[in-house]
Design a protein. Sequence first.
Length: 299
Amino acid sequence: MACKSKLLSQTLVSLLALLALFCKSDAGSLVIYWGQNGKEGTLTDLCATGRYNIVNIAFLSTFGNGKKPQINLAGHCDPTIKGCQRVSTDIRYCQRREIKVLLSIGGGDGAYTLSSAADARTVADYIWNNFLGGQSNSRPLGDAILDGVDFDIERGNTYYAALAKRLSELSKNSGRKYYLSAAPQCPFPDKYLNDALSTGLFDYVWVQFYNNPPCQYSSSNPNAFKNAWGQWNSIPGCKVFVGLPASRAAANSGFVTPQVLISQVLPLVKSSAKYGGVMLWDKYNDDQSGYSSQIKSSV
């Protein structure tokens, strides 16, 4: 019995060491949202910069409660005439450069809601078949297989745990890793995603520390951010990111200059074992400000 206990302890230590190594391997990633401004260039343009590690294609903005799911890529292409299928070439280009490309669902202005857990599973099946490893004759972004799904849920209800569980279930025997991420608002816990995040199924959580004065960073009250960061590090999962606007114009409040981010914010958050990097909204605003170029080496 003592030998078995010792072997079990050694195995547990080894597993924890492997988990720590896995969590550390992608530390310092830069995440960007793309898709909501036709002037931000193509996805290939974005990935060719070499600045980003993960890209969220925004957004699948209509779904649930009997609605036909619809992707909205603003001025980039028209999905109603299959005009977005050419994005497949861009997606594969990014993936060849080891950049993960995720589909972001929801957004601030979408027409989405989930009426029940069954409705959530139906939406998950649609996402799996049309964007991930399933089969469909009408894949909006063509035949490229995305790396996962980002939950940017800012309205509706709380059936997103059922959606996440169904996506996880569908991916189990696929032979490929699919990622789940979330972009909750910084007030803790998140109104819409708390149940989903409590499942422990999410690989990445990039918290929106903007448009929320009580928990975003400010030099006059840095403890508000520090306390919120500590709360978000308590959720199950591996990596937590600082989500910020890429320019002053990108959000109503919460912009942090690159200099302050590097000197004040990053030293605080990088002490956390769950630190994953920085998320920026969005590619267009990053183009205007050059934000990612200024922080890349420090993230």
